[in-house]
Design a protein around this ligand. Structure first.
Ligand code: PEP
Ligand code: MG
Length: 559
């Protein structure tokens, strides 16, 4: 029949399959020209390959979205870069094989760009991308990255990296399915932010032949080859409810008017503008590390202030919760992260980087304070990975030192949830990061497909910690509690979180309409009853099923 995985973003579609190509293997060190080969001819072959890569990227750029277009055009230019081709040509003349020559020449050019710093340093990534494309062209294998296509398809992969998104064109990629990855993995986050139906941890889908027709149900977590009438009807029903789910009316509330502001998770100004356009009532999580993922030096205070100001500008008069750099584990920042740690998720990440690299946090807070001065947004600041009361107090004192008035902490380490009343004593609010809270509660790496069933925010133990955080926040003086993990984007879980007493929900902007619609279908008292079902369930699966049975609107909308 079908393949059962974990649904991470709803939607039911039918299309043909394209698999993500295997990553390209490095050409053998010491590779030489084949005996008798004429270096001039090999160089001419390399130039032809470069032209083919250039033309293909240029052609794709004409069809890409704004962001993707810029990336593709920059890479296309690099394919014809004379510095790169000359350096490779020299190596070929000296007897190195073409693939190895490109590999080594690109390494050198990338190092030169890096040494120049700033904008030029970022071009190093384009050089390495073009290198892989050139080698693939020389080898006659598909280029790495998202496959090119002029017709719509369902993308299948083991997992996707954040860098894959730039060229992911949602007019042709209709859904994602991965054999690996968990519900909080990058594929899941990417899928939600792009609004693509997605299933992760669907073991065995790599066997589905390229070009086969499949049905993907991103709510049920199903991938079904050779779809029949039932699947075709479901896909048609989804297509017709898509309009209802495209617009959020701008006010998160239950049917009886209990307000639960629905906020957006953003990583840069562009996300923030898109979120504002979709009606987000503010930003509940600004992941600042996303502004600087590729940087190997610390951005200056001015540079940071510019990036933050641009996000604030999208939300005049509204709340924007800035999270200080959460470097480490799945989001390493070259200037902060020790990549040799044996257990990065349990290592020096988030707030803890202040212990090993002091100064970065204080400079970041200064930059946020500078940006906050001339904005109409209401700026709140929070630290990731807080585990103890003294850490929260220290963070609050650093914020006070630069005049930031609303300090808060993320509750994503179980100790902070268990001791919320003391941890929240010196701060103004808590934001539950249920992605990490789940991985740490269940001791299950959020990136691992085989552990996806443990890594599920429906786990009753995780919901118990949400409840304890809400109770602790009350005891600490009625402090506000939001949720900014992926759980807030699941409309059924959003009802549960509301019933547990959470005040705000922050999610990818694409989920606002679905969450808003489902929340408005229940009263607060009903949400509380529904929350009790999930909290008291024996398992995540039973809790989810019991809650879904109380919310028929989910099935009506194909959610
Ligand atoms: C979380 O852990 O739930 C969270 C929102 O932070 P991130 O996903 O960026 O780790
Ligand atoms: Mg986190």
């Amino acid at each position: 029949m079908g393949f059962q995985g974990v649904g991470v973003n709803p939607g039911r579609v039918i299309a043909t399959v394209k698999h993500m190509p295997e990553p390209l293997a490095e050409p053998q060190a010491g590779e030489t020209l084949p005996p008798g080969a004429d270096p001039a001819e090999v160089i001419a072959g390399l130039k032809a390959a470069a032209l083919a890569v250039h033309d293909e990227l240029k052609e794709r750029a004409t069809r890409a979205s704004e962001d993707g277009k810029a990336v593709l055009e920059a890479t296309a230019l690099m394919a014809k870069d004379t510095m790169l081709l000359k350096a490779a040509g020299k190596l070929i003349t000296a007897g190195t094989g073409a693939e190895r020559a490109v590999w080594e020449a690109a390494e050198g050019v990338a190092a030169q760009f890096k040494a120049l710093g700033g904008y030029m340093a970022e071009r190093a990534t384009d050089v390495l991308d073009v290198r892989a494309r050139l080698v693939a062209q020389l080898r006659g294998v598909p280029a790495p990255g998202i496959p090119a296509s002029s017709t719509p398809f369902i993308l299948m992969a083991e997992d996707l990296a954040p860098a894959d998104t730039a060229t992911l064109d949602t007019s042709v990629v209709l859904a994602l399915a991965t054999s690996g990855g968990g519900p909080q993995s990058h594929t899941a986050i990417i899928a939600r932010s792009l609004g693509l139906p997605a299933v992760v941890a669907a073991e065995g889908i790599e066997e589905i032949p390229e070009g086969a027709e499949v049905y993907v149900d991103g709510a049920a977590g199903l991938v079904v080859p050779e779809p029949g009438d039932e699947e075709r009807e479901a896909a048609a029903k989804w297509a017709s409810s898509a309009a209802t789910l495209a617009t959020f009316d701008g006010e998160g509330a239950t049917a009886d008017g209990h307000l639960v502001p629905l906020l957006a998770n953003v990583g840069n100004a562009k996300d923030a503008e898109a979120a504002a356009a979709l009606g987000a009532q503010g930003v509940g999580l600004f992941r600042t590390e996303f502004c600087f993922l590729e940087r190997d030096t610390e951005p200056s205070v001015n540079e940071q202030a510019d990036a933050y100001r641009a996000v604030f500008a999208a939300f005049p008069g509204k709340k924007v919760v800035v999270r200080t750099l959460d470097a480490g584990a799945d989001k390493p920042l070259p200037f902060l992260t020790d990549t040799t740690e044996p257990n990065p998720a349990l290592g020096v990440r988030g707030y803890r980087t202040d212990w090993t690299t002091p100064g970065v946090l204080e400079r970041q807070l200064s930059a946020i304070a500078v940006a906050a001065v001339d904005t109409e947004a209401e700026v709140w600041v929070m630290a990731p990975m807080i585990a103890t009361q003294p850490e929260a107090a220290h963070f609050a004192s650093l914020c006070a030192g630069v005049g930031l008035k609303t300090p808060g902490v993320m509750v994503e380490v179980p100790s902070a949830a268990l001791n919320a009343s003391s941890v929240l004593k010196d701060v103004a609010f808590a934001s539950l990061g249920t992605n990490d809270l789940t991985q740490y509660t269940m001791a299950a790496d959020r990136m691992l497909g085989p552990l996806a069933s443990l890594n599920d925010p429906w786990q009753p133990a995780v919901l118990r910690l949400v409840q304890l955080t809400v109770e602790g926040a009350k005891a600490a003086g009625d402090k506000a509690v939001g949720v900014c993990g992926e759980s807030a984007a699941d409309p059924a879980l959003a009802v549960v979180l509301t019933g547990l007493g959470v005040n705000t929900l922050s999610m990818t902007a694409r989920s606002l309409a679905a969450v808003g619609t489902v929340l408005k279908s229940v009263t607060l008292a009903e949400a509380q009853e529904i929350a009790a079902l999930a909290l008291n369930a024996a398992t995540a699966v039973e809790g989810r099923a019991a809650v879904r049975a109380r919310l028929p609107i989910l099935d009506d909308l194909g959610l």
